[in-house]
Design a protein around this ligand. Sequence first.
Ligand code: SF4
Ligand code: MG
Length: 335
Amino acid sequence: MEKVLEVKNLHTSFFTHVGEVKAVRGVNIDIYQGEAVGIVGESGCGKSVTSLSIMRLVPPPGKIICGEIYFKGEDLLKKSEKEMQKIRGNKISMVFQDPMTSLNPVYTVGDQLMEPLRIHKKMDAKSARRQAIELLKAVGIPDPERRLNQYPHEFSGGMRQRVMIAMALSCQPELVIADEPTTALDVTIQAQILELLKQLKAEFNMSIMLITHDLGIVADLCSRVIVMYAGIIVEEGTTREIFYNPKHPYTWGLLKSIPRINMLSKERLIPIDGQPPDLLKPPQGCPFMPRCRYAMRICKEQCPGLYSVSESHKAACWLLDPRAPAVTWDREGVN
Ligand code: SF4
Ligand code: MG
């Protein structure tokens, strides 16, 4: 399988008036063709900054400090802004959380769908229009010919998100980065959008990087999951490994906060107590230490490296050290 994206040792910081906020600290990600990978973590964990780094869209005062980002073998960090413009929306595209701010209110949906086709694919107006209609059909928008002439405010939230996906797909990108694409939507629409992404992934064999704070939504779409905390990857594995054999206490916390269908109404979802560390001064030990009930002395002194659990499964936790006390995870129990 061809590797579409390879991120190596990425560091991205924001240089604020109070100091350097180390938002992403040494992230490595591989995504293969046709594969969907979920990047999961609380807000501020560096998942969006990672995706903006890949697109080379980190806003000032942010800056990529070091690392390599290969898209089909080409180093994106060595590209000029002009070269990046040919890649964005064409070979790699993004779907954001809030389609109301990403769609332009003064242009019709048709104009906005046709623009990338005319720019990147050099289509004439007639073929771009035909293609735009096909795209709206592909994302399940009824009556596409009439819808093309409407403005974003004439669409519901779920329909706007579909339009965003149609725009992201218009040039048949090889990689789609979807950053919280369903967060603003209600549960039913959320399920429809995820199902749509799944269908489109199968149909176009594209790769997807799905960024979310909700581990629950990755299960169906993604074959692999990467869990981020405080700017680093704390666990990664196949979706099965993450759901059935999670190794990092932070992942345990994320799993506890997913609602279950058979949950009794008086049972509460368990949020993880405490706050992530201040990335102006990242701790020298494990960043999860202040919130971790299993913390040992070494956790405060030294940041754990990634331990391999299987060929596909790794976690950065001292509990995986052979010298550590045995702790087993139990979703139903006290852990
Ligand atoms: Fe908890 Fe220590 Fe593992 Fe960090 S390294 S998650 S503090 S047990
Ligand atoms: Mg975000």
